[in-house]
Each structure stands twice: as C-alpha cells, then as structure tokens.
Design a protein around this ligand. Structure first.
Ligand SMILES: [Zn+2]
Length: 256
C-alpha cells in the first residue's frame, strides 16, 4: 500500500466516525415523560410498529398465550389501571398486556411501543400488587424508550466501527439487523429507571409500592443459589436495586 492511499483511508475513516457523532448529536432529544436526554433515531409510531411486528414471535417462544381468557383479562385489567392512572396515559403508545403460557421460565419483558409480557411461571407467584409492580416496571421500559435507545446506539456503533475499520484498512464484518438482544437486553440504568417509574405508577394507581421490594425477593428466590433465571438475561440484577426502590418510595410517597 502506498502512502497516499493510507492517508485517504484514514481521512475517510475519520469522516465516517465524525458523521456518526454528528448524527448522534442531531438525534438527541429529551424524553418528555422522564425528562432524560437520550439518543433516539425513530418515532413512537416506528416503535409501536416494531413491537407489534415482534410480538407474535416473542409469544411463540414462550409457548404462546396462556389459554385462560379470564386470567388474560385480569393481567390486562391490572396493566390498564397502571396506564390510566399515570403519565403512560398521555403517551402515544399502544399498551397491551399478555400472559404467556410458559410455566417454567420466570420472565417479563416489554417490546418497544407498549407490548408487555409476563410468563405464567412468574405470574403464578405474584399477588395483584406484585403483578402491578412487574407490569409497572415493564411500562417503565416502554416510556423510557429503552429499546429505541439501544437500537440507536447499535446503529451508532455500527457506523463508528465501520469508520474505524476503514481507517485501519480492514473492512471487517459489520453486523447488521436488529437482534433480539438489542430489543430486550436492558442495561443497569434502564432497570433502575424502570423500577423507579414502576414504583411511581404503583403509588398513583393505589397499589402498595413496598410490594415491588417483594417482587425483587421473589425473583432472587426463584434464581436459587446458582441458577440464573431467564429474567436475569434480559433484566440484569444490580446490587442496589432494592435500595433504589426504597429511595423511590420515599421520594414519591409524599407527593401523591
Ligand atoms: Zn426491566
């Protein structure tokens, strides 16, 4: 390789990285419901579309929907109560709450745009207040736009990595597509934000927010000493989750 092409390659690489950064800055907006500034590249309508599109496949992976209509209606009713009594009501999202047939995997998750799921394995261990805690937490992921944020950051890294690999003279494999991990894998910050929002929604809906602490204990007990439940693969368990929940309860309980 001669010196000229080396310089051009570095220049193009830097230009691509710069482009990624500028795009990132242009796509930074304040979340109107959480007040947090975040990097997002899609509209709420697109989030809803992605969620609706992925929902059947996600349900299929957990044995489909639980067949008892009465229990589906109950889960929906608790979820809807949380939406009606909180800021979730004012968002453009289309909330749906589904009970999955899976009675072995302890899990709950939310797709962007409002599709929320809980497995029967987790559901059967919860009373109504605890169910409200889990669903409130999942609504928190929707309102916090955590999936959209992860998709945007994976786009950013893909572009930035492309710049770096071009600059280094090695056009490597750039992984494309939105994987399930991008949709579901929440970071520590996402979890704490969702816990806090969940606590707020519980209080606003007349549920006892201390039951959120019980949910954490149930999840911990379900994990056992050395078994990592599915829930933890999409919901990392930060050490101080219960501490932060207590802080959120103290913060919001006086306000409502
Ligand atoms: Zn979560």
């Amino acid at each position: 390789m001669n010196r000229g092409s080396w310089k051009i390659r570095i220049f193009i690489g830097l230009a691509i990285v710069a482009f990624a950064f500028i795009k990132k800055c242009n796509n930074t907006e304040e979340n109107p419901y959480t007040g947090r500034s975040q990097h997002i590249t899609m509209s709420p309508d697109q989030e809803i579309a992605i969620g609706l599109q992925s929902a059947p496949e996600m349900a299929q992976q957990h044995g489909g929907l639980y067949p008892d209509e009465r229990l589906q209606a109950y889960v929906d009713q608790v979820g809807r109560k949380l939406v009606q009594n909180s800021i979730a009501r004012e968002t453009p999202y289309k909330y749906d709450f589904h009970l999955l047939a899976d009675d072995r995997t302890i899990n709950a998750f939310a797709l962007p745009g409002g599709q929320c799921f809980i497995t029967y394995a987790l559901f059967k261990q919860l009373n109504e207040e605890q169910l409200a805690g889990v669903l409130g937490h999942e609504i928190g992921h929707v309102i916090g736009r955590h999936s959209a944020e992860r998709i945007a950051s994976s786009e950013f890294w893909r572009t930035a990595t492309m710049g770096a690999t071009v600059g280094a003279g090695d056009i490597g494999n750039v992984v494309g597509g939105i994987g399930q991990n991008t949709l579901l894998k929440n970071g520590r910050g996402d979890e704490l934000e969702s816990d806090e929002l969940g606590v707020l929604f519980m209080i606003q809906s007349g549920y006892n927010p201390n039951e959120m602490i019980e949910v954490m204990k149930i999840l911990k007990a379900a994990a056992g000493p050395n078994r990592v439940p599915e829930f933890q693969s999409t919901h990392p368990d930060p050490e101080n989750r219960i501490e932060k929940i207590k802080e959120a309860i103290a913060k919001y309980q006086g306000q409502s």
